[in-house]
Design a protein around this ligand. Structure first.
Ligand SMILES: [Zn+2]
Length: 234
């Protein structure tokens, strides 16, 4: 039988050694459900566990979206913060939830040292929040969701518009809703619904649905609905 994991060769951008990291075969990446913030549920193996590649020799962690450059100064900072205390540790092979969390947090630190694009950092923060969701740890899920939301807003404000903007705006709205910032959620959903330049039909539909979901949330929380929400529309 085909194993779900296979090894790929990675060259470390910090110490330049090569090492192996596990990936999940595409045929095993079958999710059975997706949450409204794009979190996918998997029955057996969770591909999110294998997103981060950690160099066993120096501890530098990357994802496939990391840029392949590290300046001399960044290498020095990495050595001070992580490298000098690193003990040889091999994360290839099967990973537990704890391994996944450790590798994700390492990648976050490395991306911060590397001054990666906000988009990459936002994605890692969101993944850390999802890992906590998988364990029903709501306090930590929400804590990292708030960090992810702030980072996504920074992406929206700083990165140029070749990105899928409707998807990003939807996500910002949805994280606001999940954090209970209902007025902000409605504002972001409405922007997508009302912006005539946005052509992304699936995101417009998602924003309408979550606009309605936010309205229900507000009614359930006995909050005063803003004027525009008093009539059920969207
Ligand atoms: Zn290395």
């Amino acid at each position: 039988m085909l194993e779900p994991l296979f090894l790929v060769n990675i060259n470390c951008i910090n110490c330049e050694n090569s090492f192996k990291s596990s990936r999940v075969r595409p045929s095993f990446k079958k999710s059975y459900a997706k949450d409204t913030d794009f979190y996918s549920h998997y029955k057996e193996i969770n591909p999110d566990y294998y997103v981060v590649r950690v160099c066993p020799f120096c501890g530098f962690a990357t994802t496939e979206h990391t840029e392949n450059k590290l300046s001399k100064d960044q290498k020095t900072v990495f050595k001070e913060k992580i490298g000098s205390q690193w003990k040889m540790r091999d994360y290839s092979g099967e990973r537990t939830w704890d391994d996944a969390m450790q590798t994700m947090k390492l990648a976050l630190l490395c991306c911060q040292i590397k001054e990666e694009k906000p988009r990459i950092i936002a994605g890692l923060l969101h993944h850390i929040s999802w890992l906590h969701r998988a364990k029903d740890d709501q306090a930590n899920e929400m804590r990292f969701m708030k960090f992810a939301l702030d980072a996504y807003i920074q992406v929206f404000e700083t990165e140029q518009l070749d990105l899928n903007n409707a998807r990003l705006m939807y996500l910002i709205g949805e994280l606001h809703r999940r954090l209970g910032n209902y007025n902000d959620a409605v504002r972001w959903f409405s922007r997508v619904i009302q912006d005539k330049r946005i052509m992304d039909a699936s995101m417009i539909k998602a924003c309408r649905e979550q606009w309605a979901a936010t309205r229900e949330d507000m009614i359930a929380a006995k909050l005063e609905l803003p004027e525009e929400m008093k009539e059920k529309r969207a």
